[in-house]
Ligand binder design. Structure first.
Ligand SMILES: [Zn+2]
Length: 261
């Protein structure tokens, strides 16, 4: 159950899943697990793109996908030319809603903890990270499966790393009977897209990647629609080509994850 508090700005899309599981097509991907609900915890709008077709696949099969963004991305103008700040954050949150709708996600939550600030003074009372820990712990409830960044944060972004660490801290404190499955997004070694912009991304030994979510061409098409939403972050050619590039390299039909523990 999603709660709205004074410290959590929340907007629910309340979209019905594209497919409710009445009949599974023959070419439907086999899921490693089929939870009823998956909660995705990320740092910024557009963080969902490296796993986008997996979220579309889950939603298509009737899984309730909810996405929480720790920040609104208000410090990342991308290619927009906008000044960092509140207006940029609002635009990027709208882009997140657009992408979530394309993927069939059930809801989006913004915890608005300050883009680029999660790694600052993280041990101090009242720091963005400390407040994220409190708010996220209250908001998460008891989901069956949580997906977040790995400890690498993809390419090392401190916000990404902190979101992963805070989420892990919450989950590891739960007793085994109430502990959700926690999955880290990963790129298998040798599958990094061969573009300069991703040269600094982390890879993971495929032997550790015991979980994957397969997707169909329709799911990939939904991911392309989601990528097109992020107008402030990427130029038109990049938005149009990104998902196809990921499909041909790091995904190859399945988005890869590893279990945190
Ligand atoms: Zn990010």
């Amino acid at each position: 159950m999603i709660r709205s508090t004074a410290t959590i700005a929340l907007a629910a899309l309340a979209l019905a899943p594209a497919w409710a599981g009445a009949h599974e097509p023959e070419d439907a991907p086999q899921q490693t697990a089929q939870p009823r609900q998956v909660t995705v915890v990320l740092a910024h709008p557009d963080d969902e793109l490296p796993m986008a077709p997996a979220l579309a696949a889950l939603a298509r099969q009737g899984v309730r996908v909810q996405i929480a963004y720790a920040t609104q991305g208000d410090a990342g103008p991308g290619v927009s030319g906008m000044a960092p700040g509140k207006e940029l954050g609002e635009v990027r949150l709208k882009e997140a809603f657009c992408a979530a709708e394309a993927l069939g996600a059930a809801s989006v939550a913004s915890l608005d903890r300050g883009d680029g600030r999660l790694g600052l003074d993280a041990h101090r009372e009242g720091s963005p990270a400390a407040r994220l820990l409190t708010d996220l712990g209250a908001w998460l409830g008891e989901p069956e499966t949580i997906i977040t960044w790995g400890p690498d944060g993809g390419y090392g972004h401190a916000d990404h790393r902190m979101v992963s660490a805070v989420t892990t801290q919450i989950v590891q404190a739960l007793p085994s009977g109430r502990r959700p499955k926690l999955l880290y997004l990963a790129i298998p070694t040798g599958r990094l897209p061969p573009i300069p912009q991703m040269a600094g991304w982390a890879v993971t030994d495929p032997a550790l990647l015991t979980e994957s979510i397969a997707y169909t061409p329709a799911d990939l098409a939904a991911a392309k629609t989601a990528a097109a939403c992020h107008v402030t972050q990427f130029d038109e050619a990049t938005r149009a080509g990104m998902m196809g590039l990921f499909d041909a390299t790091m995904w190859q039909g399945k988005v890869h994850f590893r279990r945190a523990f």
